[in-house]
Structure formats: structure tokens, C-alpha cells
Design a protein around this ligand. Structure first.
Ligand SMILES: Cc1cc2nc3c(=O)[nH]c(=O)nc-3n(C[C@H](O)[C@H](O)[C@H](O)COP(=O)(O)OP(=O)(O)OC[C@H]3O[C@@H](n4cnc5c(N)ncnc54)[C@H](O)[C@@H]3O)c2cc1C
Length: 265
């Protein structure tokens, strides 16, 4: 991406800090840069969002996530989600000799060492493995903004709202928003961006809500997995929905199957 941007003539000001915006300019590390458009891609605590008065938003209950890397040979090429009593553990193979472990819960005080006790199998795999990064935390939630643009300012990525980390969707969503925003800028009209942005967030928000109904409900987790075992095609279809290959409407029928299966399980 950096190579492509450079090829296209983009000036990358690494380490520069944006300290203010006006209608026609951005203040960057003491310099004034004249602008036609301003895109706030400055993350969940976006200052551009505040400067453009786009702050009003609603969010679901906050969740707290902590992550750390371990020097251990990955036991699977896939990412895994382990469901615990009060948290989920996410494992991601990073390379041939390192795995990232993240734990998310509603308890801001639940750190990795204590949380891992909820996952005996995972804990066993990590026994004796060297810890190769410091523990770092972040807040996760579904956040929705009333507006994602005003005048010549548009927000993108986490600055424009977030979906819970359980979806693994943050980056994908930002790239899809970028494609649409670029079209709007090319056409000289940011208005269509609002509706398109809302539409893009629908599927991941729905999946986040669906997955989080299992949070802290071990009995429901067990039943759901039983239903998936009995109807593997249902799991496949939910996965297809998650990656955008199916629309939520296609899934109405499967929702009925899942509900019925849960009642009988
Ligand atoms: C626990 C957790 C797990 C996640 N797992 C996944 C996953 O598996 N897959 C996935 O796709 N997403 C995941 N996400 C979401 C993903 O991390 C975010 O959606 C993504 O990082 C958003 O990118 P962004 O560029 O919008 O914001 P950020 O990554 O926050 O980047 C914003 C940048 O703007 C810079 N900045 C801020 N203010 C200024 C300023 N005034 N001047 C100059 N620069 C500034 C910051 O330094 C930062 O570099 C996860 C999130 C969490 C919390």
C-alpha cells in the first residue's frame, strides 16, 4: 500500500501530528497544508471527528481486550475462538514460531494470566512458552455515529464507528469504506457516503450481536455448538454471511433451523 501510494504521488508524513483543521487547511506539525478534502482516519478517539462536530454516537456495552505474543509453534493455521465462562480467547498464528493470544471480556480488570485459567486446553499449549511481547489492551464495542461526514470532512475506519473485535472486521470494513469514499470524492459529492457507510456496517454489526448473545452463557454456547455439529451446513452458511457471500435475508431460513435446533438440543 505504501509503494502504491508513493507511486501515485502521495506525500507520506510519517510521525507528523495533525493539530487542527479549518475549511481549507490542516495544521500538521506546525505546517499549514491546504486541502480540498479532509479524511479523518485517526482511530477510535478521533480528533478530526471532534473538530468536525461529528461526535454524537451510540455504543453497545464496552468490552476490554488484552493481547500478548508467545514463542510457540502454531498448532493450527487457522484463527480460533475459545469460549470461556466470562471471556473469549482468540488465537492467531503470526508466523512459524509465534502465536498471538487475545482475551476479551466485560471485566476491565480481567488480564491475560487470570483469564487463561478459563481455557485449560489453551493454557496447556502455552505452558513454558516464552512470552515475546508486552501485554497491551484496547476497548472494543459496536459504535455507531449519527453522521460520518460534514462539508469537506469525512471519517473512515474506527474514527467513523466500530464493530466489536469478535467479528475480526475492523480493517476489512475500513477498506470497503475507502473505496466508496474515493468514488464520492471523485464525483465531488460526499452525500452518498452516509448511506453506503451505514449499509456496510449492517452485516458486521448483526454478526457481532449474534455472536455476543453467546457471551457468558455457557449452556447456550454448548447448545449452539451441538446444533452446528448436527447441521454443519448451517455453520457454513453463517460463515458465508460473515464474509459477505450471503445476505442476511438468505439466512432467515437458517435462523429458523438454528432456533428449532436450540429448542430441541
Ligand atoms: C482487541 C481487538 C482485536 C481486533 N481484531 C481485529 C481483527 O482480527 N481483524 C481486523 O480487521 N480488525 C480487528 N480489530 C479492529 C482493528 O484494530 C481496527 O478496526 C483498525 O485498527 C482501525 O484502523 P484505523 O486506521 O481506522 O485506526 P487506527 O488503527 O487506530 O489508526 C489510527 C492512526 O491515526 C493516528 N493518529 C491519531 N491521531 C492523530 C493525529 N492527531 N495526527 C496524526 N496521526 C494521528 C494514530 O497514531 C494511528 O496510527 C480489533 C480491534 C481490537 C480492539
Amino acid at each position: 500500500m505504501v509503494e502504491r501510494a508513493t507511486e501515485m504521488g502521495v506525500d507520506l508524513l510519517w510521525g507528523a501530528v495533525v493539530t487542527g483543521i479549518s475549511e481549507t487547511a490542516v495544521q500538521v506539525s506546525g505546517r499549514t497544508v491546504r486541502t480540498k478534502w479532509i479524511v479523518g482516519a485517526d482511530g477510535v478517539n478521533s480528533r478530526v471527528r471532534a473538530w468536525a462536530k461529528l461526535q454524537a454516537h451510540s455504543h453497545s456495552r464496552l468490552r476490554y481486550a488484552f493481547r500478548r505474543h508467545y514463542r510457540v509453534r502454531p498448532w493450527s493455521s487457522r484463527m480460533e475462538i475459545h469460549w470461556g465462562k466470562s471471556s473469549q480467547a482468540y488465537t492467531s498464528p503470526v508466523n512459524d514460531a509465534e502465536v498471538c493470544i487475545a482475551v476479551a471480556s466485560r471485566d476491565p480488570a480481567l488480564r491475560l494470566d487470570n483469564a487463561l485459567e478459563e481455557f485449560p486446553e489453551l493454557n496447556r499449549r502455552l505452558q513454558g512458552a516464552e512470552i515475546s511481547s508486552t501485554e497491551r489492551g484496547a476497548v472494543s464495542a459496536n459504535r455507531k455515529l449519527k453522521r460520518v461526514w460534514r462539508n469537506n470532512v469525512a471519517l473512515i475506519g474506527d474514527a467513523s464507528g466500530t464493530v466489536d473485535a469478535i467479528t475480526g472486521e475492523g480493517l476489512g470494513l475500513a477498506f470497503h469504506q475507502a473505496l466508496i469514499l474515493a468514488e464520492c470524492m471523485k464525483a465531488g459529492d460526499l452525500r452518498p457516503y452516509q448511506a453506503a457507510h451505514r449499509k456496510l456496517a449492517l452485516r458486521p454489526s448483526l454478526m457481532a450481536r449474534l455472536m455476543l448473545t453467546l457471551d457468558r452463557r455457557p449452556a447456550l454456547q454448548r447448545r449452539t455448538l451441538q446444533v452446528f455439529r448436527r447441521h454443519p451446513q448451517l455453520f457454513e452458511r453463517l460463515l458465508a454471511l460473515h464474509v459477505g457471500e450471503l445476505s442476511p435475508y438468505d439466512l432467515a431460513r437458517d435462523g429458523v433451523t438454528l432456533g428449532w435446533g436450540l429448542l430441541r438440543a
